[in-house]
Write a protein that binds this ligand. Structure first.
Ligand code: ZN
Length: 133
């Protein structure tokens, strides 16, 4: 069974989205942070149990990946993040099978874990993020 770390949602206005998602989830986000390398400001609502978190992403510029996504597709689900163990080996295996990687080597994510993105063309139009558990 896949273990989903979080679902990433692209938003135009993080403060406004945080307000409405706080209303829905009946709590404040555990983390609001600017991630300069990915040109986004994010807010994370953690699950109280084992379920996935919700990550809201606001682009810091229109030219950033999330900025371009918003321009093309509007607000909505941007990516799904799956937990893996041994992220380097997983990337290598996927690449060998012809999967189109965005990050061939892992980056350090907003919460200090190793992450890597996989191109949506390999997964039915869904941008996949891998996160080392
Ligand atoms: Zn993410």
């Amino acid at each position: 069974m896949p273990e989903i770390s979080h679902i990433g949602i692209a938003v135009r206005n993080l403060d406004r989205a945080v307000e409405t998602y706080s209303l829905l989830l009946q709590k404040k986000p555990e983390l609001i942070k600017e991630v300069a390398e990915q040109q986004v400001r994010i807010a994370i609502f953690r699950s109280s149990g084992e379920g996935p978190s919700i990550e809201l992403l606001e682009p810091l510029s229109v030219e950033s990946p999330v900025g371009r996504f918003l321009d093309k597709r509007g607000e909505g689900i941007h990516h799904i993040c799956i937990y893996v163990s041994g992220i380097e080996a997983v990337l290598k295996r996927l690449k060998e099978k012809g999967v189109r990687l965005i990050d061939e080597t892992p980056l350090v994510g907003a919460e200090g874990h190793k992450i890597a993105f996989i191109h949506p063309s390999s997964f039915s139009g869904v941008l996949i993020e891998l996160e080392e558990k």
